[in-house]
Write a protein that binds this ligand. Sequence first.
Ligand code: FAD
Length: 161
Amino acid sequence: MSVRPAAGVSFPATVPVVIVGAGAAGLTAALAAREAGADVLIVERDALPAGSTALSSGLIPAAGTRWQAAKGVADSPAQFAADIMRKNRHRADPAVVAAVAANAAPTLEWLADRHGVPFDLVEGFLYSGTRACACTARRAAAAASCSIICSTQPLRAASRS
Ligand SMILES: Cc1cc2nc3c(=O)[nH]c(=O)nc-3n(C[C@H](O)[C@H](O)[C@H](O)COP(=O)(O)OP(=O)(O)OC[C@H]3O[C@@H](n4cnc5c(N)ncnc54)[C@H](O)[C@@H]3O)c2cc1C
């Protein structure tokens, strides 16, 4: 995709924040920007957003969520990050992985509390190739960041409408 320079181009309107793409990333970013007080314009290519979000199973791995805690599952962002790094054979940027792992749970709780997105804990679901697949005999907490996943049906529905 090429990015064309805007120098010398006039636009009929200006907005503080433009988000391109109404998938989960764009919609979540729009909610955050709006909450921070910005007026946001989301630009979507398709008449109905039909990106990956609309296709996805709606499962979001997160560690240290209150949904886990309510079911007595001990888990942590550090454990989650370690799982991710193991899965990608330590090729990912550890700082990025740590940031994602640390922010997944707070983001889900923010979406639930501030924006009414209902999440459910899905237990016993394991992504293939993760530590949990090979260590089901270990304490349940050890499998947590692989098996603890929340459903986001409303996000997918929003992406479709
Ligand atoms: C079948 C399937 C199942 C999946 N299941 C899961 C799962 O269970 N759990 C999980 O974590 N992940 C899952 N994923 C991955 C996950 O869905 C994606 O990582 C995530 O939805 C990406 O979100 P996004 O907002 O970045 O992109 P998208 O949801 O693809 O949104 C991008 C949007 O941008 C729009 N767009 C693109 N180009 C332009 C343009 N030039 N101008 C304007 N708009 C544009 C597109 O039309 C689209 O609406 C799955 C993916 C697939 C395909």
